[in-house]
Design a protein around this ligand. Structure first.
Ligand code: ATP
Ligand code: MG
Length: 480
């Protein structure tokens, strides 16, 4: 019968020996354990850091609340991106309490305080003055917490929290909207979007990332004022759009952009996908817009930006390349991959995406049709194809491309198998021969060099050349 005794003592012996093996120090004379108590390390969170700042403000006699997104996110059980504090202290008083902090350039009186490695924005309760340009208030006035809540964009973003007690202060009905998963503008929706047109896109972004419904009056105001987005800079549009397109509900986000009229302002090309019909035998799901939306939905929740953008743009050139082949009695989209790559480039450049993102997406769009031919590729070509740094993302693009249309999986399975087969060595190993060898063979540098070395690499990738000696012999023959 099993007993606890021996096993228990075994475990004790084990623990002892393992601790002796790590850091136990014993005084040679007294035999007393002198090792320091193990260091307790409590990591300070962004919330701790912000709560500490609020406590200091409050000890100095000011009101200080967590405000906006961080309150919303905590109530939703999400990790806030950053913490903002709203306070009755004036900017001068904030700076006196936290010397060395920085005032945010564009927003008068907003101070960024760095504490425990976290940046917290501290702003005095304020009302915004008039918005002359549809982007920014011309002036701000310091005011009460209630007025500060009312100048914010959406009710779910208008909540305060008293940090020590966790009490929620709600002047705008944000709590019930959070519970009902409703996005609602604070105050007169139409006025709020007219004041600041970025809110149009923020509304769709929050509805997408949080998967909230947009309250009807707010929605109507967005539709009415959609054109106002033209006043907003491409960089600010890009930042909101990127957050929307990487969200798990990105397909719904795209639909909201299209239906609201906002897509027309900064991404009109997508509208042409609607009603662009395709051969039903290849695309039983419907037109290019439907196909693209299904693909966006099939991506993993955490798909990276480049993948989401390449799915969105992979068939963007189908409308301008669409022809009807009378002989074959079918619709064709010849060259939509090459033109699509150029269009993707232009669209992303217009939205001021970084060069690397543009290059990657353009490349992925340009190659998406090649996945249909992988089983016919010679080994060297296949290895070069698979060696592209974007290949894992392209494989995912191909997977959702098929899954949302014909359901074929043979090319995908073939590539996964080949990936395993080739896994033991680099897809494109260091070359066996180089330009120096050609010079030694008496050749003069020129275009022929590149051709010969590429041909030698092909032989190597095909597995026909495995040693440098063999490669040199081959080169000598080929160079003759
Ligand atoms: P996230 O940080 O996750 O994007 P957030 O709600 O914190 O969401 P921020 O841009 O950090 O958004 O802004 C903080 C708060 O400032 C918002 O919650 C909102 O109360 C207010 N705010 C931000 N932008 C605007 C705006 N354009 N109009 C009105 N209020 C705004
Ligand atoms: Mg925030």
């Amino acid at each position: 019968m099993p007993t606890g005794g021996p096993r228990g003592s075994d475990r004790a012996a084990e623990t002892k020996s393992s601790s002796a093996g790590t850091c136990q120090q014993t005084s040679p004379r007294s035999g007393i354990d002198l090792s320091p108590a193990p260091l307790q390390f409590f990591p300070v969170t962004a919330r701790d850091a912000a709560a500490d700042l609020a406590a200091r403000l409050s000890r100095a006699g000011h009101t200080a609340y967590f405000a906006g997104g961080c309150v919303r996110d905590r109530l939703l059980g999400r990790e806030p991106k950053d913490y903002d504090i709203a306070t009755s202290a004036t900017p001068r008083q904030i700076l006196e309490l936290f010397p060395g902090s920085n005032e945010v350039g564009a927003h008068f009186g907003v101070i960024i305080v760095r504490h425990h490695g976290f940046h917290t924005e501290i702003a005095t309760f304020r009302t915004d003055g008039s918005y002359g340009d549809g982007r920014r208030p011309d002036s701000v006035e310091f005011s009460t917490p209630e007025e500060d809540a009312r100048r914010r964009d959406f009710t779910i973003n208008g909540l305060f929290e008293d940090p020590p007690s966790g009490e929620i202060i709600d002047y705008v009905g944000g709590r019930s909207d959070l519970q009902a998963k409703t996005l609602r503008a604070i105050g007169e929706a139409a006025d709020r979007f007219e004041e600041d047109a970025l809110r149009l896109l923020r509304a769709i972004r929050f509805a997408t990332t949080l998967d909230f419904d947009i309250e009807p009056t707010t929605w109507q105001a967005i539709v009415l004022h959609a054109e106002g987005l033209r006043r907003i800079s491409p960089e600010r549009i890009r930042d909101e759009f990127s957050r929307l397109i990487v969200a798990p509900k990105r397909a719904r986000g795209l639909e909201l952009l299209v239906d609201s009229g906002l897509a027309k302002v900064f991404f009109p090309e997508v509208l042409d996908l609607i009603g662009c019909d395709q051969p039903p035998e290849w695309h039983p799901e419907g037109d290019v817009y439907i196909h693209t939306r299904i693909m966006l939905d099939l991506l993993p929740d955490d798909a990276p930006l480049e993948l989401c953008l390449s799915v969105l743009l992979h068939d963007i050139a189908k409308p301008p390349t669409r022809t009807f082949d009378e002989g074959a009695d079918r619709i064709r989209f010849n060259g939509h991959d090459a033109l699509g790559a150029r269009m993707a480039h232009d669209i992303l450049r217009r939205l001021k995406y970084p060069n690397q993102v543009i290059e990657d997406v353009e490349f992925m769009v340009s190659r998406h049709m090649q996945f249909m031919n992988v089983q016919q590729m010679r080994t060297a070509k296949l290895k070069r194809f698979m060696a592209a740094p974007t290949f894992p993302l392209e494989l995912e693009l191909h997977r959702v491309d098929c899954a949302s249309s014909n359901g074929f999986t043979d090319n995908l399975e073939f590539l996964i198998e080949k990936g395993e087969e080739f896994a033991s060595e680099p897809l494109v190993p260091p070359p066996l021969v180089n330009g120096r060898d050609l010079i030694d063979l008496g050749l003069k540098p020129g275009p022929r060099f590149k051709e010969l070395l590429e041909a030698a690499q092909t032989e190597q990738l095909e597995g026909r050349l495995t040693t440098r000696e063999a490669a040199l012999d081959w080169l000598r023959e080929a160079a003759r």
